[in-house]
Design a protein around this ligand. Structure first.
Ligand SMILES: [Zn+2]
Length: 342
């Protein structure tokens, strides 16, 4: 039986997690479900920044890599819990408190990456009703080209494949291998790899919906939902840590210029694709006049003294137990000490 046929399961499997990360996840689940994390927490003194991507009903989410989409109902429950906690502040508010050396204890900031259309149609109305602020980071080149993220394009191709990748391939491993090459590819290589995948998979994308916003929709988001702040996420969603200095600076310059051209104001905040940054690229963001940057950091929580150009984010996940774990700065800190999550 070929790994992918017209009757394959709706969703291709995510790449196999390493044994180490599986052990960590199990340890974290035990800590969270038994309440041990709370007992072991050293006391809340830090803030968390949450990262969302797509928030969509199932029929739209099916076209998005399953790691990057959250069911709309799950998101609504998470947002309601956050609203009830009274701990959510806007990014600017958090930065102001850090600047003044004020406590950021237990605060949570909500962010979104990549400019999914459902951020306007699904997430923003929910957040607006709950009066919660959020920040959305836009990859400007993708909006210019109305181009979905490569991972979603690959996911959609695999989902609707009419032929196998190869007879011998394990589908999970094949998907993971494509992702590993695409994540570090430049634009040209990315298109070549996706064309190669399309030739092998022969996907039927005729009913695929558009999932990325247009600039008109970004303006609609800005006008209708003023609690939604907007920032930039490079132009082309490349791995900034693998680009040379000129190419990295060009990505930063380009997204600032396109954002200002379409929205009439300079962007203030930046997030690194895949969380990947280097000291040089974080300096380049600062030198370009931006006020903050999100990037993966070994220090998983935010406290006075945190570098505002190296703000770590927690990926918000579907499991409500894990969400509680990640979104609680106190428990997150304990878990970080014990198992190194997330
Ligand atoms: Zn992204």
């Amino acid at each position: 039986v070929p790994p992918f046929s017209p009757t394959s399961p709706a969703h291709p499997p995510a790449p196999d997690p390493s044994l180490k990360s599986r052990v960590r996840l199990i340890a974290a689940r035990v800590l969270a479900s038994t309440g041990l994390a709370r007992v072991l927490a050293p006391g809340p003194a830090c803030a968390s920044v949450l990262l969302y991507h797509s928030v969509a009903p199932a029929e739209i989410g099916a076209w998005i890599d399953q790691r990057n989409t959250l069911d709309a109902d799950v998101f609504e429950r998470q947002a309601a819990a956050l609203a009830e906690s009274g701990r959510v502040v806007g990014l600017d508010d958090l930065l102001r408190r850090l600047e003044r050396g004020e406590s950021v204890s237990n605060l949570v900031v909500i962010t979104f990456d990549d400019g999914y259309l459902d951020n306007l149609t699904v997430a923003a109305p929910i957040l607006d009703r709950l009066k919660l602020p959020a920040t959305l980071y836009l990859p400007t080149g993708h909006l210019d080209r109305t181009e979905e993220q490569w991972v979603d394009r690959l996911h959609s191709m695999v989902r609707t494949a009419t032929s196998a990748i190869t007879d011998a391939d394990d589908p999970r491993r094949a998907y993971g291998a494509w992702c590993a090459r695409l994540i570090v590819a430049d634009l040209e290589e990315r298109e070549r790899l996706l064309a190669d995948a399309a030739a092998k998979l022969r996907p039927d994308l005729s009913s695929r919906p558009r999932t990325v916003m247009t600039w008109d929709e970004v303006r609609s988001l800005r006008d209708r939902f003023p609690r939604f702040g907007l920032g930039v996420h490079t132009a082309d969603h490349l791995d900034m840590s693998s680009l040379n200095a000129d190419a990295a600076r060009a990505q930063i310059r380009s997204c600032i210029a396109r954002f200002a051209g379409e929205l009439g104001v300079a962007p203030k905040h930046f997030s690194f694709p895949y969380g990947r940054s280097t000291p040089e690229t974080r300096d380049a963001v600062r030198a370009a006049g931006l006020a903050s940057a999100c990037a993966s950091s070994p220090r998983h929580w935010i406290a006075p003294g945190t570098d505002r150009y190296w703000i770590h984010r927690h990926v918000a996940v579907a499991s409500s137990t894990a969400f509680g774990l990640y979104s609680s700065p106190a428990t997150g800190r304990a878990v970080e000490r014990i198992v190194g999550l997330p």
